[in-house]
Design a protein around this ligand. Sequence first.
Ligand SMILES: *Cc1c(COP(=O)(O)O)cnc(C)c1O
Length: 382
Amino acid sequence: MADADSPCLAGARLTIDLGALAYNWRALDDLAGSAECAAAVKGDGYGIGLEQTVETLSAAGCRTFFTAVPQEGLRARAVSPSSRVFVLCGPLPGTGEVYRAGGLIPVLNSKEDVLEWAAYCAEVGLRLPAALHIDTGMNRLGLRLDEARLIAQAREVLQTFDLVLVMSHLACGGDSGNPLNALQRERFLEAAALFPQAARSLANSAGIFLGADYRFDLVRPGIALYGGEARDAGGNPMRTVATASARVLTVRVAEAGETVGYGATQTLTRRSRLALLAAGYADGYPRLAGSESPHGPARAWIAGYEVPLVGRVSMDLIAVDVTDVPEELCERGAWVELFGPHIAIDSVARHAETIGYELLTGLGRRYARRYVNGPGGGDKTL
Ligand SMILES: *Cc1c(COP(=O)(O)O)cnc(C)c1O
């Protein structure tokens, strides 16, 4: 029987360049100067695979990982038992034992988190490590400054655990001109001074690019590692990690005046050759990137030609206009890049009014995944 996972049976494939991932980490590590360069691997390694990401970055020299939930933390530790693994959501009620046994470090995000972790550490009689998250202007997770002051005075609480890191998160780091950046930095300095024993961390990917003032002792890049745009302006110096391609199922000719796809949202203005690609929103390709995008349809790439999407993106099909591509370069069975080195993932995201982060973490499970240039050498197909 044919193997259902055989890549030749998939309509779309995803190539993950682990060499580019490692390169991006080294580039950020260089930029971070004397600060330690950690890695955010939440969201299943931003959709590209948590295990592969942790393995690759550990081999590149990364020693500290940030995951969102304990479940991801345990997966990271399983791949890299000697690394430090922080869990951003903190100690959900009753999870102390999971953190201790799994060697995970909780990020304490509220007074309640602090008290819960202190109580757990007192109960088991171990000064377990933890990070403290200070909210400096996002009103998401983290203690307010006044709460941080109270905690700093509660010596008997602080003594019960080992505060290894004090951190905060930037709301507008991608916008270097935004005055909130400097304000958050000021507040962070003030809060971190209350906990002089702990290392300090403020910068995500965008924060690293804001300059040395934002890097402190440890930086926590995510999106830039995966090749995405961290800054709203100023270009993207990172290497492409994820490339998605879909196969041409058929090429058809449609006449001027005819419409294409569901809702008949687009009427052809010329006689057109349309290539039908075997991918769609079921693969996580955004439906809004088609003809109804407020920014005009996104583009795909084939053999040196950028080709616009035509009509709506369907569940399993995308139509592109290949009228200007020589016929022999776009035949049935050919592969068309949806995003990758020629079509930036962030450009597709912009057409769909979203961000590269959302496209990456929403990658569908139907792709034939290939991991290339991994640390062990050799390529792997999943
Ligand atoms: C996701 C996240 C990061 C990484 O952010 P990027 O913008 O992807 O670099 C860093 N710190 C925290 C707290 C995060 O939630």
